[in-house]
Design a protein around this ligand. Structure first.
Ligand code: G6P
Length: 613
């Protein structure tokens, strides 16, 4: 959460900082700020504002010929301290000499703050961050990098920050510990940011930083330090990302664009991993085939939408490979008695590779001797460093806070793993595995056809008719259960309408009491062996006056007799239906939020990456 950026170089950087922050806005957007430094004035300009980047631009006003060539900026997702201008970054030391922008949490900030206050330091905000510039200012003796190095061991928690000192206006010092931070290397200029898109337009040469390294950035140089030791120069890696990925490319929102990018995300996730005979190669897992075949149990740990992908994965792995799978939200798993051990495979599913709870759960399992694999979308992310192997989704950059293409890519990646395991363990015959491989390979195209058809517009229109409803119940059975969980989460996230998602068979044990005349009930009723059971549940809710919106398999005419609205999904084998049937639900949530006039890319209180517990 939170996005940070810094620039030092030869160009006036006000606009570079503001544009960079706009590219990081998906990480948090409740308040923001920037500061610029120069030789003459020290701090040449400092602006903070509550609200998104539009508010910051409004508060900052026109450029006015700013010539500063060094600056830092921040877009916030509040952790410690309310959303106020005083709590927005950059934070300064009491004497105004040190400025800091930070992402993450200083866990021992309470003690540090107390010590500083006892020593007479006056604080201006309620944040944990403010202790950092205060401490640096006290350590400072003419060398910012030395002061940061001295302060670093005192800081507990996980964070990334960039610091500047008014007496050194051509220099930034940056540090990361388990929160992301990358350096962009340009011609006589250096960027530092939470994520590459912040400077992708300016440079594609990127240097990665490891935990607890201190980086000193100047226009023509950057040096990396581990404690007092200067590390050898590190080669920049060239990023080949598509710049358009950070643009809306003609769509009204990132979320809608990303919904439409799902076929490409699925194609890329299959990529070169599937052979013509249906066998699957996943070389990054860090396990040879013989060991993989002997895996006794699989634990999946994840949060949010990634957790729902894990729930789908359980059906696939248990059915195709006959390995027991336990799926749990990471924030619970990490604090339970962990029974994973050698012989177990733990999958940490996290699109960002940064979610604090997922990283912690992976760590707990790894300490117990389990083989931990990160299923992630971000190369070089913390999850890839904290695991024994990696299974990449290849969804490309996702900016919309409500995850869409990364979710379906996760389910596809898990399908590949399930298929591989099924073959290795002889739970699938070669012919059976080949059939499934072919069905999987068809899915991107099926989805492409669906997205190009009139169906999505029909879903958006159907959704708009429900815009004033105060509550939605989502029901499903079997693989439809995680699909309805995900559909309900999407609606909650972007339309703020309360939802309840339940296994349809469990509905009569409570949620049915919520229904009233006209209550909308979304039912995942795709074809499969539980279809008739789902229809019975539909009858039960209709008997209570509910209005049914069914997600059904294209060509199933029967469903129209049981539902007021039908959202069609492309036909696939039942176990693969979660990849396609979630798409109409993404669109349904989108249509409703849009009809309510909400900002779907920046839903309130949420952030795309959650680096706090
Ligand atoms: C946040 C995001 C969700 C995401 C979840 C887990 O809550 O808003 O979209 O599913 O974090 O994120 P991860 O990066 O671990 O998949």
């Amino acid at each position: 959460m939170c996005g940070i950026i810094g620039y030092v170089g030869g160009r006036p950087c006000r606009e570079l900082i503001l544009t960079g922050l706009e590219r990081l806005e998906y990480r948090g957007y409740d308040s923001s700020g920037f500061a610029l430094l120069d030789e003459a004035q020290g701090v040449a300009e400092s602006v903070r504002a509550v609200g998104n980047l539009g508010e910051l631009r409004a508060a900052a006003g026109a450029n006015g010929g700013s010539t500063s060539t060094c600056g830092l900026g921040h877009t916030r997702w509040a952790t410690h301290g309310r959303v106020t201008e005083a709590n927005a970054h950059p934070h300064a030391s009491a004497d105004g000499s040190v400025l800091v922008v930070m992402n993450g949490i200083i866990e021992n900030y309470g003690e540090l703050r107390q010590e500083l206050q006892d020593a007479g330091v006056v604080f201006a905000s309620e944040t944990d961050t403010e202790v950092v510039p205060q401490l640096i200012a006290r350590e400072y003796a003419g060398d910012l990098a030395a002061a940061v190095r001295a302060v670093l061991p005192k800081l507990g928690g996980h964070f990334a920050f960039v610091a500047a000192h008014v007496a050194e206006p051509g220099r930034l010092v940056a540090v990361r510990r388990e929160c992301p931070l990358v350096i962009g290397v340009g011609a006589s200029e250096r960027f530092v940011a939470s994520a590459i898109p912040a400077f992708l337009r300016e440079t594609r040469d990127v240097v990665l930083i490891d935990n607890d390294e201190v980086v000193v950035l100047e226009a023509d140089d950057h040096t990396i330090w581990a404690g007092a030791e200067r590390l050898p120069a590190r080669r920049a890696e060239r990023v080949e990302w598509d710049e358009d990925a950070a643009e809306k490319g003609g769509y009204e929102t990132f979320m809608l664009k990303e919904i439409h990018e799902q076929p490409a995300a699925l194609w890329d996730t299959i990529g070169d991993r599937m052979r013509p005979d249906g066998s699957v190669e996943l070389p990054g897992l860090g396990l040879d085939d013989a060991t993989l075949a002997r895996v006794e149990r699989i634990h999946v740990v994840a949060c949010g939408t990634s957790y729902h992908a894990g729930l789908v994965g359980r059906y696939l792995i248990e059915d195709w490979a006959r390995v027991p799978v336990h799926v749990e939200v990471a924030s619970e798993y990490r604090y339970r008695t962990c029974l994973a051990g050698p012989g177990d495979l733990v999958l940490g599913i996290t699109q960002s590779g940064e979610t604090a709870d997922t990283l912690a759960a992976m760590r707990v399992a790894r300490e117990r001797g389990a083989h931990v694999v990160a299923v992630t979308n971000i190369m070089g992310s913390q999850a890839t460093r904290d695991s024994d192997g990696v299974l990449y989704t290849r969804a490309g950059l996702e900016i919309g806070v409500a995850a869409t293409k990364t979710h379906t890519a996760q389910v596809m990646a898990l399908s590949l793993l399930a298929l591989k395991l099924g073959r290795l363990r002889w739970a699938l015959t070669p012919a059976g595995a080949l059939d499934l491989a072919e069905e999987l390979r068809r899915i991107p195209e099926l989805l492409e056809t669906y997205l190009a058809s009139p169906a999505p517009a029909q879903v958006l229109e159907a959704a708009a008719a429900y815009a004033d409803r105060p509550f939605f119940l989502y029901l499903g059975r079997h693989v439809g259960v995680p699909v309805c969980f995900e559909g309900a989460l999407k609606l909650k996230e972007i339309s703020y309408i309360p939802t309840e998602a339940y296994p349809a068979g469990e509905m009569k044990h409570g949620p049915i009491a919520l229904l009233d005349e006209g209550s909308p009930v979304v039912v995942v009723a795709t074809d499969g062996h539980v279809f008739d059971k789902v229809v019975s549940n539909i009858q039960e809710v209709r008997a209570r006056g509910a209005r049914v919106i069914a997600v059904a398999t294209e060509g199933n005419e029967e469903i129209s007799r049981h539902a007021e609205d039908v959202l069609w999904a492309p036909r696939t084998p039942a176990l693969l239906s979660p990849i396609t049937s979630v798409v109409p639900l993404q669109l349904f949530a989108y249509g409703l939020a849009r009809a309510r006039g909400l900002n779907v890319d920046q839903p309130r209180n949420l952030a795309k990456t959650v680096t706090v517990e």
